[in-house]
Design a protein around this ligand. Sequence first.
Ligand code: AP5
Length: 194
Amino acid sequence: ALKESGLPIIWILGGPGSGKGTLCNKIVAKYGFTHISTGDLLRDEVQSGSERGQEAANIMKEGGLVPTEFVLTLLAEKMVNELSNSKGFLIDGYPREKAQGELFEQNIGEATVIIYLEADDNIMIQRLLGRAKTSGRSDDNEETIKKRLDTFHANNDPIIERFAAKTKKINGVQTPEAVFTEVETIIDSILQQK
Ligand code: AP5
């Protein structure tokens, strides 16, 4: 049903602290799309106290990648649940490796467009250390932030290469408003093509 829905599907990629969540909030406010963050889905699962949630918590604390099968199951379930109310999907934090992107295409459908927020490591580190004071996230500490960045760099280039035709690179080191202005142009153009 998802494949036939014709709804826009936008993947939001970028390193930890590149501004994915911040951008998604702005897109939701203007376009009313359904925002699904795989990090949030996993944190909900951890909160639920399930065994799989506990396994995920240990991996997230180490800045690694939770097994794809588990993440994709959570993501697909959420998309199906939201489908009847949705104007389009913002998929935040997925894919995190090339194979995740390919599995999404096989099981769910193709992304309409991919937004990749680029930012320097030092800027991402400073932002996340700033957020650490209030986020309460067990992975917002200096040691885990470095590991999250390592995981990102180990996996990101092959994703961007594999999906280059659909990927729009956006400078993430500008104000959130400036990032959003660039993204508005991209979204308006995909909505017009429909
Ligand atoms: P996830 O929750 O996705 O974390 P992340 O990718 O590390 O990204 P963040 O949410 O920390 O940052 P963000 O890019 O959304 O930036 P934000 O807008 O908050 O994933 C957590 C973990 O879950 C992973 O490490 C992994 O273990 C697991 N996981 C998740 N998805 C998975 C998957 N697909 N497969 C396997 N495992 C998975 O901004 C950060 C800060 O910067 C904020 O304080 C914000 O106010 C500020 N800021 C944002 N934009 C700007 C700007 N333009 N200028 C100045 N400040 C800004």
